[in-house]
Design a protein around this ligand. Structure first.
Ligand code: PMP
Length: 440
């Protein structure tokens, strides 16, 4: 199969450009970094597949940048959303559903004494920072280069993911007074963190990190990194914030902080955690939570304000509960893991066969494939990979009906709905793509 033309997508893109800034409602959907042109306009999605407006089918590894871990239109989740909608989509009052999802999150992530629901990962992270500042009465934040924490002012400094893809890791529109409040350190670099804390320690409210990175490819912390980070931060009187918007419920039923690859879970427990994506089952959601005395800073208990008309809406909460219920099914994570191993090994072999350098960072059911001949353990190494090769691979895979994220920094996500046959077809497509890439 080769999809060479998508006239309907092209026409819709022309039209979208007239009405929507850049033609897309999130810059990471643009094809700017992979040769430009019209992004594919999808019409429908079910399970592991998309169908575009030209009638082409694609195997989806984008999973909407993470949330769609149970595949598209999963009947258990769709049913929950329909029931919620029939009961009224938004009340502006508390509901019992919110307690249920809060308890499910707390059971899976013990560092959460209390949680709050918001509408996006951006909001969740933004509020953890406010709460940390209120609690410590300090203002500076340390973050790690290439980690992406949403689009609030403070964290659009050395941001990975979309900002890096488009070459704007430090966004315009952020006053220098705000940018000065953020200190950036390389990921996996405890000496760098130590030096930053020695210099600014008394002003640092929090050290924020993606404990397992998903935004400059998938990158594991080196052994001892999270332990060291927590210790250094606490010795300096700063809080530790984990941004688990991607990592929570991605690798197992729990989050990075409870991942069995880490030995000493107490030593890596954060003070605050930001959540999003999977916990909303494909509807808009975010959540943050952490230690009771810190969460008590939030209004109406405390002086730090955070609110939301849509926060905790019954549709998102119901979808989240349903999604987590699906993920409680025995064996689902093992199956995604097994399929991801098959796919990552198949890609590696196909690349080797054609003499194409590729570094695959796989963590359970997700991985990133970097066109380079060196390891990728931090942002610098992720930047130092071949974007043009990635762009060509991306386009060739798309013409084969394989949908990846249009960025060399984004991950491939397996879902509970991918089949062995999908993996086989994807490897065969990659073999043809690499063969073409090897000829020029
Ligand atoms: N934190 C991380 C780690 C993310 O990956 C993202 C989104 N990719 C966000 C925060 C922001 O989430 P949202 O797009 O829902 O605002």
């Amino acid at each position: 199969m080769s999809i060479t033309h998508r006239p309907n997508s092209e026409a819709l893109y022309e039209e979208a450009l007239l009405h929507i800034a850049g033609g897309v409602n999130s810059p990471s959907r643009s094809f700017k970094a992979v040769g430009g042109g019209a992004p594919v306009f999808m019409e429908r999605a079910c399970g592991a597949y998309f169908w575009d407006v030209d009638g082409n089918r694609y195997i989806d590894y984008l999973a909407a940048y993470g949330p769609i871990i149970t595949g598209h239109a999963h009947p258990h989740i769709t049913g929950a959303i329909v029931r919620a909608a029939q009961n009224g989509t938004l009340y502006g009052t508390p509901t019992e559903l919110e307690i249920k999802l809060a308890k499910m999150l707390k059971d899976a992530i013990p560092s959460l004494d209390k949680v709050r629901f918001v509408n996006s990962g951006t909001e969740a992270v933004m509020t953890t920072i406010r709460v940390a500042r209120a609690y410590t009465k300090r203002s500076k934040i340390i973050k790690f280069a290439g980690c992406y924490h949403g689009h609030s002012d403070l964290v659009l400094v050395a941001a990975g993911s979309g900002p890096s893809t488009l070459g704007i890791p430090d966004s315009a529109g952020i006053p220098t007074t705000i940018a000065q409040e953020v200190i950036t350190v390389p990921f996996n670099d405890l000496d760098g963190l130590k030096a930053a804390l020695e210099h600014w320690g008394d002003d640092v409210a929090a050290v924020m990190v993606e404990p397992i990175v998903g935004n400059f490819g998938m990158v594991m912390p080196e052994p001892g990194f999270l332990e060291g980070l927590c210790k250094l931060a606490r010795d300096a009187g700063a809080l530790v914030i984990y941004d688990e918007v991607i990592s929570a419920f991605r690798f197992h039923y729990g989050s990075a902080q409870t991942f069995k690859a880490f030995q000493d879970h107490k030593a890596i427990e954060p003070d605050l955690t930001a959540l999003g994506k999977i916990i909303g089952g494909g509807l808009p959601i975010g959540a943050y939570g952490g230690r009771k005395e810190i969460m008590e800073q939030i209004a109406p208990l405390g002086p730090a304000y955070q609110a939301g008309t849509m926060a905790g809406n019954p549709a998102s909460i119901s979808a989240g509960i349903a999604c987590l219920e699906v993920l409680q099914t025995p064996g689902v994570y093992e199956r995604m893991n097994r399929l991801a191993i098959m796919l990552a090994e198949g890609l590696q072999q196909a690349a080797d066969q054609h003499g194409i350098d590729i570094t695959i960072n796989r963590i359970r059911g997700s991985f990133s494939a970097h066109f380079c001949n060196h390891p990728v353990t931090n942002y610098e190494e992720a930047q130092d990979t071949d974007g043009e090769r990635f762009a060509r691979f991306f386009q060739l895979m798309l013409s084969e009906g394989i949908c990846l994220a249009p960025s060399k920094y984004e991950a491939w996500f397996l879902t509970t709905e991918h089949s062995e046959e999908d993996i086989k077809q994807t490897i065969e497509a990659a073999e043809r793509a690499f063969a073409q890439m090897a000829t020029r």
